[in-house]
Write a protein that binds this ligand. Structure first.
Ligand SMILES: [Zn+2]
Length: 376
């Protein structure tokens, strides 16, 4: 990860680079920012810069063997700790190695992912995750060794709020006084959940949410979508790059069929079925709920495009496309779709802030039902 690969945030990048150049880099940094921000990628870019053999004024060179190995996250002096389900036992090396390999793949594939993505990625649903005392012991052990290459050693702890209190306590001393040229990079989106003893020993690096313009420019420059779509997505993503990626990729996804079923029940005014659906929705986990609402937003967006005859921008295909074509105009006209779009957007907002899922879903069902009735 290079600084250049992270959209925008020039002020954060400059501060970090200046700290390295002026030899002012703290030995324990806490990268914190909202979900979908660059807190992890910023720590990785800083690590690359520290390891790089020919660092430039604004970034690592991207060419040397260290930069190349950083792309694969396999620099020997870069250590990772992250939430895990493993028992607090030593001697399960195979399991640990598989976990580490999975972690590297996860970071490369979803550098803006959150803990829920990580749980899905590993199939850790319904399991208790933490960074155990055993993991802390491992951290201390690996940092007590000499640096492999004679340069910096980095200990990156992702999801540091998952540190078990006993693990946190055993790390206090080494975080306060790490061996020379060792840098702790702690990463969290929930600094308020950290023990004050940890907080007080770190220098905070606040990584703000991306601006809409940063998200928009990034989506266009990386060729993920056109300017028009990027504009809509950046507004909806609200600075969260994870959500922005999802919106780009999920326009076509299997969830569309769920939206199709839902809207058909609304169309047929099948109230009993809609209440059952609300129950199911309520039972799903928060991420699944939010993701369904995002898919519905995409469907509504497609219906809007169809309504204003911008078919060339439609992304759905096959059965989903047929559904969009059937529903737009006759079943949901332009004005009603716009209203619904707003309602679904609000629903996503309320779900994020722990609104009652069943009520939110039922409310949406009624709104869709009424919009369809009024269009007719
Ligand atoms: Zn380099």
């Amino acid at each position: 990860m290079l600084f250049a690969e992270i959209p925008g945030l020039p002020e954060t990048k400059e501060n970090l680079i200046n700290a390295v150049k002026n030899n002012h880099l703290a030995h324990a940094l806490l990268f914190h920012g909202p979900e979908g921000s660059a807190s992890l990628t910023m720590a990785l870019a800083l690590s690359t810069y520290l390891f790089c053999q020919n660092p430039g004024d604004k970034d690592a060179c991207g060419e040397c063997s260290y930069c190349k190995r950083m792309e694969k996250l396999i620099v020997p002096d870069l250590n990772f700790a992250f939430p895990s389900i493993s028992k607090d036992k030593d001697g399960e090396e195979d399991e640990k190695n598989i976990e580490l390999a999975n972690w590297r793949t996860f970071v490369k594939e979803q550098p803006y992912g959150n803990i829920h993505d990580y749980i899905y990625f590993n199939g850790f649903e319904k399991k208790q995750l933490n960074i155990s005392k055993g993991a802390a012991r491992k951290i201390i052990q690996s940092l007590s060794l000499m640096s492999f290459e004679g340069g910096y050693k980095v200990m990156l702890i992702w999801g540091v709020e998952y540190l078990h209190p006993s693990a946190a306590n055993s790390l206090l001393k080494i975080i306060e006084e790490p061996p020379s040229k060792t840098v702790f990079m702690l990463i969290t989106s929930q600094p308020d959940q950290l023990l004050t003893t940890i907080l007080s020993r770190t220098q905070k690096v606040m990584v703000r949410a991306f601006s809409d313009d940063e998200v928009k420019a990034h989506l266009v420059e990386s060729g993920q979508c056109d300017v028009k779509l990027a504009e809509q997505i950046s507004m909806l993503a609200d600075g969260d790059l994870r959500v922005a990626y999802r919106l780009v990729n999920d326009v076509v996804d299997e969830q569309v069929s769920k939206i199709r079923e839902w809207f058909l029940l609304c169309y047929g005014k099948k109230l009993k079925d809609l209440f059952n659906l609300a129950d199911n929705f309520h039972k799903a986990d928060k991420e699944a709920q939010k993701s369904l609402i995002l898919t519905a937003l995409n469907v509504l967006r497609e219906i809007m495009l169809k309504n204003v005859s911008l078919e060339e921008l439609l992304r759905t295909t096959g059965e989903d496309r047929a559904f969009i074509e059937k529903i737009s105009g006759k079943v949901l006209d332009e004005n009603h779709v716009l209203e619904l779009y707003e309602s679904f957007n609000n629903a996503h907002y309320h779900l994020e802030r722990n609104g009652n899922a069943k009520m939110i879903f039922t409310d949406l069902s009624m709104k869709v039902l009424l919009s369809m009735a009024k269009t007719n």
